[in-house]
Every structure is written in C-alpha cells, then in structure tokens.
Design a protein around this ligand. Structure first.
Ligand code: PLP
Length: 445
C-alpha cells in the first residue's frame, strides 16, 4: 500500500487506542533501526519514548530475536501453562526470579501489563482466602497512577477521566497522594514530604479498615504525572505500613522493570522487596507481547494444593518466553544495564540544562526515564485548560515530530513532556534528543 492508501485505510478501518479516531495525519511507522524509527515516507525519528516505554533494545535485534522465535516455533509453537507447561516458560520463571529482589520466587505469565495487574490482584485475593482472611477486599493506590485499562486494573488506575465512562469499579480502591514534590508545599524538604505521604497512606489504611485492606500498589517511579520519583525512605515506609497491617505490597514495574532504571527491577534501587511485582513492556524488549507477575513464597505457598482460579490461554506463550530469555542474555552480553547506569548522570545533566528555558519548571526521573514539567510565564504557573490543549495536543506533538523526535506530551497530571530512550542509546543519541527538545521548547515559550 502507498503512504496515502495506508492513511485512508487506517481512517476507514483501524480503531486506534487512546486516540481520536479518524486522524488525518496519522503517523505510520514502518521500519526501525537502532534507536530510530522511519515513517512510510522515509522520515527518520529518534524514538525517544521507546514505543511507549517498551523497546529497550531499540530496533536492530530482529535477526537474533527472530532466530529465537523460529527455533521455538519449529520445536513447539504453542502449549499452555494450564496444568501442563513448556521449557521456555519454566526457564524464564527461573531466570526472572533469579534476577528479582530476593524472595520473589514464583512467576505467572500474561500477555501484557493490565492482565498482569489483574492476575496479581486475583493472586492476592486467593492468598487471603487461603489464609482465612476473606474480608481483605480493598486496596490503596495513588492519584493519577496508571495501572492499566481492563476493568479490574482500571480500578487501581487513578485517572478519573479514563474510568468515569465505565461505571463503578469492581474493586474498592482508595487513591492517595503521589510523590510529585514539585508543587507540594513541603516538596523541598524530602524528609517532611516523605513523612506526610506515608502518614496519608497509613490514614487511608485505617479509614478503610486495616483488616479489610489487601494490597498497596505503587510504581517505583510513577509514570503518569511525569516520572514521579519517591523521596528517600518512601518505599521502606510503604513496606513498613504493609507489614504493620498484614497487607501485601505490589510494585507495578511494567515500566520501571527490565532495565529502564538501570536495574532489572526498579524496586531494587529502593532496597525493598515487594510481595508481588508486575512486569510487561520491556520483558521481551517489545519484540513480542508478554507480561508477568512475580510473587514471594509467602504469597503463593498458602495456595499449594488449591486451584488458582485464573488463567489466560496465551499467558507465557512459548515464542514470547523464548524471546524474553534471549533478551535477558542480550542485556547481559551487551552491557545494557551498565549503559543506562553510566549514562544516567549525563542524561540528567543535559536535561537539567533545559531548566534555563522559561517554560521548563522541573526536570525529574531516573535511569532512562525522565519528565520535564512545563510551566507558564517563567514562574511555576499552571496553564489553563485551553492553553494546555493548545500546548500538549496542538503545538508539541507537531513540533516534536518536525524536530525528528518521538516523545510524549502528557496532561494526566500537570503539563509534562516525557522521554524514555531505548536503553542502547549512546551519548550522541541522547544529545540528539536533548537538542531537539531544546529547539521545540525554546520556540514554545
Ligand atoms: N501498569 C503500568 C505501570 C503501566 O505503565 C501500564 C501501561 O502503560 C500498565 C500497567 C498496563 O499495561 P498494558 O498496556 O500492557 O496492558
């Protein structure tokens, strides 16, 4: 199909995810190479968002990962993990739990992140039923956090406009403050900020009824709202609250896992072992779909001899598992985590230079996962709705593409621009990203 035919066919037949339908100028990407993607007219972009935080290795490992797929499809294209299992899923469960914070010994596979969050919730419920605490049916999550869109996962998501059309959520979730320090009155004092946030979590547990709360769910660095890093001690504090009230702690690492923060697991940076971890996106470097729930023995052991009443036909597909295994090998062989750790200070400093621009209020993040908070009038002013729409849906998306950059302008919280480059990016690629952002943001304000 020609580029024009593709545009027309997309408008007529393709339902887009989280997008206005019938876009006249749909970006159609047809090829990738290293950290770059190319549209159907041959235009090159730096994929500064790793295709929605997924493409950890960029786009040049197709031959190697494709060989893993071919090998697996030739041997055993498919079998389930329902009562039977296959070697790639078993090996992957062993490898991933070996990389995870100590104690996370069991893995359940899904096809993506929302399915992982829902599977984790069902595991939590089965755990409490098995230990004779059936009243634990509630959860604590954080404002603006995104944990997926299927109806169960949506209950944890803290973005009202994604939920309001779909009726009451099936899980009773209290949303508490997230860790956005930028506009918080005590944000400049990390200890006070941390203490206030944790007090709010504990108060929410007490208000919900401590013996009715099953789960606290949080991302090590919250994506929505713009790479909200936690103040020091926050995760230790969540762990303490969970332990004090017999609640399970889930680190949703769908974005922060698989090297995005320079570790296999973002929670390792916080020195805390959650009871459960959810993964997806980067687990296969996005060469095939996959998600996972990891859990500790404490969570799973009470289920021994019982049926876990949950299953997904394709969860842990052999080809996806084979790709995930090969991805783990590549990440180790090619020093991918080391690359992120070595370049994190460079990326932080280069993005920090943008603070000199009047439209940039804050730069925050970790690893290869950063946000720039945009402000009005060179002060910490907020844009009104019309200004936000003009900036985030009008000016920025178009100008970023003109600058040859795929990045994310987001308004689930305040106005932010996010980048998350492929983890194989070098100094030159990071410079190209920062240079493009500088041009676009200079013109914006
Ligand atoms: N959890 C987090 C933290 C996410 O960022 C996402 C997706 O962006 C999800 C869950 C849902 O994952 P998926 O889109 O694969 O269902």
């Amino acid at each position: 199909m020609t580029p024009d035919e593709l545009q027309r066919a997309a408008a007529d037949h393709l339902l887009l995810h989280f997008s206005k339908q019938r876009l006249d100028d749909l970006l159609v990407l047809e090829r990738g190479e290293g950290p770059y993607v190319f549209d159907t007219r041959g235009r090159r972009y730096v994929d500064a968002l790793s295709s929605l935080f997924c493409a950890q290795l960029g786009y040049s490992y197709g031959a190697e990962l494709g060989a893993a797929v071919t090998e697996q499809l030739t041997r055993l294209p498919f079998n389930t993990n329902w009562a039977t299992a296959h070697p790639p899923a078993i090996e992957l469960a062993e490898r991933l739990t070996g990389l995870a914070p100590p104690g996370l010994t069991r893995a359940f596979f899904t096809n993506g992140g929302s399915e992982a969050v829902e599977a984790a919730w069902k595991l939590v419920r089965e755990h409490y039923l098995a230990i004779g605490q059936p009243r634990r049916t509630k959860a604590i999550a954080r404002n603006i956090a995104y944990h997926g869109v299927t109806l169960g996962a949506l209950a944890f998501t803290g973005v009202a406009r994604f939920k309001d059309d779909f009726g009451p959520p099936p899980i009773d979730v209290t949303h508490v403050s997230n860790t956005n320090a930028f506009r918080a009155p005590d944000g400049a004092d990390p200890a006070a900020f941390c203490a206030r946030l944790l007090a709010e979590v504990e108060a929410a547990v007490v208000a919900a009824g401590p013996d009715e709360v099953a789960l606290i769910i949080a991302e090590p660095v919250q994506n929505a709202g713009g790479c909200l890093t936690p103040p020091p001690g926050y995760w230790r504090g969540l762990r303490d609250i969970a332990d004090r009230y017999g609640i399970l702690l889930l680190a949703d690492e769908v974005i922060t896992g698989c090297g995005r923060l320079g570790e296999w697991f973002g929670s390792a940076r916080e020195g805390v072992t959650p009871d459960l971890v959810t993964l997806a996106k980067g687990i296969t470097a996005a060469y095939l779909p996959m998600g996972a729930v990891l859990a500790t023995d404490r969570v799973v052991r009470p289920l021994d001899g019982r049926v876990f009443r949950h299953g997904i036909t394709f969860g842990g597909h052999p080809a996806s598992a084979a790709v995930a295994l090969r991805t783990i090998d590549i990440v180790a062989r090619d020093g991918v985590l080391e690359n992120v750790r070595a370049l994190e200070p460079y990326l932080r400093d280069r993005l920090g230079e943008l603070l000199a621009l009047p439209i940039v209020g804050d730069v925050r993040g970790a690893g290869f996962f950063w946000a720039i908070e945009l402000v009005k009038d060179g002060a910490n002013g907020r844009f009104d709705q019309a200004e936000r729409d003009a900036l985030l849906r009008g000016y920025l998306p178009g100008r970023l593409l003109e600058a040859g950059l795929i990045a994310r302008a987001d308004d689930r919280g305040d106005a932010v621009l996010q980048i998350a480059p492929p983890l194989i990016s070098d100094h030159a690629v990071l410079d190209e990203i920062v240079g493009g952002l500088r041009d676009v943001l200079t013109d914006a304000g």
